[in-house]
Design a protein around this ligand. Structure first.
Ligand code: ZN
Ligand code: ZN
Length: 393
């Protein structure tokens, strides 16, 4: 159904853009090391007449194209980074960078935005300013790229009235568009906890404070935060993903370490979760005669879509593909996304587009056999054009 809606300007460059997506797939690069991808993006934008700024957050690229005399400015964003995963797709264009893979479809996000950037420059008219933002490090290995771009002056150097981005989504038919006003994706905090004592002989527990006992008790106490402190109508997650301590049966170790992931859909709940984790940790240290250190790292805020910009984006899609092209009851997602940083600064909308097709088995994002669906590319690119034309009338 969506297939007939692909714009002629995109249909004409489909094969070229699919080849480009596959080339990016073959050479995946992890956070802040997207040098080849970023150079490819910048060179193409320059060749289509964009004013190109390189090097924001190391490998980030911003392209600007002005047409007519309109004063409105719209920004479209794609992420460029890959993951440290060994690809198992068996594709002829599979990763040549051993241990690195485009397992989240950012190759497709980048190629879709490039396709629309090319068509908008060469085949379409609009009245105002278009910015295309290609960001590094969405996966946040070493901090989220969107946050770094913003701290390096993204929106001061390149002001925007609205910003839009999309993620492909396994589990929905290819090309179906999903919109959700308000909190769509969770905040994520990684919490590192260490209990420190002095270590000693396992036969003399009365002489050595025991970090394993303290950490074990804390693991259970942490389960009470969501169960006993958070409003039952508010989604929240506290998961302990790693518990490390000790090497041998007859030694009380000097340290125990816990790594947690903490998720919420509401900034107030996020604050409460982190505050309770800190309180329980410090109380446990006191109870068991230990020192505790706690650090909160790699934080991603709740992704909150602005109602007005989301309704605008949904209406553009509705006018273009009708009801059957839209996911009718999109639910919030407990995973996180650093586009949330951009939405904290500029109103906008993060939408999702289905990735499942007959040739694309439904592997989840971050799976070693996942692949971006090439049928999604022309649909996403056509939608970006529709959105820009509507915004910059
Ligand atoms: Zn991902
Ligand atoms: Zn992703």
């Amino acid at each position: 159904m969506n297939r007939q809606k692909i714009l002629p300007s995109i249909a004409a460059i489909r094969d070229e853009m699919v080849a480009l997506r596959r080339e990016i797939h073959t050479y995946p690069e992890i956070s802040f090391e997207e040098h080849r991808t970023s150079d490819l993006v910048a060179r193409l934008l320059e060749s289509w007449g964009y004013d190109v700024h390189r090097g924001l957050a190391k490998t980030g690229v911003v392209g600007t194209l002005k047409k007519g005399n309109g004063s409105r400015i719209i920004a479209l964003r794609a992420d460029m980074d890959a993951l440290p995963i060994c690809e198992q797709t068996g594709l002829e264009y599979a990763s040549l960078n051993q241990g690195t893979m485009h397992a989240c479809g950012h190759d497709g996000h980048t190629a879709s935005l490039l396709a629309s950037a090319k068509a908008l420059a060469l085949s379409h008219d609009f009245n105002g300013t278009l910015r295309v933002i290609f960001q590094p490090a969405e996966e946040g290995i070493g901090g989220g790229g969107a946050d770094v771009m913003i701290r390096e002056g993204l929106f001061e150097k390149f002001p925007c009235d609205a910003v839009y981005g999309f993620h492909n989504m396994p589990g929905y038919p290819v090309g179906q568009l999903g919109f959700y006003p308000g909190a769509l994706m969770a905040s994520a905090d990684t919490v590192f906890i260490t209990f420190s004592g002095k270590g000693g002989h396992g036969a003399m527990p009365h002489k050595t404070p025991d970090p394993i006992v303290a950490a074990s008790s804390l693991v259970m106490a942490l389960q009470t935060i969501v169960a006993r402190n958070v409003d039952p109508f508010e989604p929240a997650v506290v998961s302990i993903g790693s518990f490390r301590s000790g090497d041998i049966s007859n030694v009380i170790p000097a340290e125990a370490k816990l790594d947690l992931t903490v998720r919420a859909m509401n900034p107030e709940v996020r604050k409460l979760l982190n505050q309770r984790i800190e309180e329980l940790t410090l109380e446990h240290a006191k109870m068991y005669g230990l020192e505790a250190s706690i650090s909160f790292e790699e934080p991603y805020p709740v992704l909150i879509n602005s109602p007005e910009q989301t309704e605008f984006a949904r209406q553009v899609a509705q006018d273009w593909v009708g009801d059957e092209g839209i996911i009718d009851s999109l639910k919030p997602i407990m995973s996180s996304e650093d586009f949330s940083y951009m939405l904290e600064k500029v109103p906008g909308c993060y939408l999702i587009i289905g990735n499942d097709g007959p040739d694309n088995p439904n592997h989840s994002l971050h799976h070693p056999q996942y692949n971006f669906n090439d049928d999604l590319l022309p649909i996403a690119a056509s939608y970006w054009i529709k959105l820009v034309e509507a915004y910059l009338r």
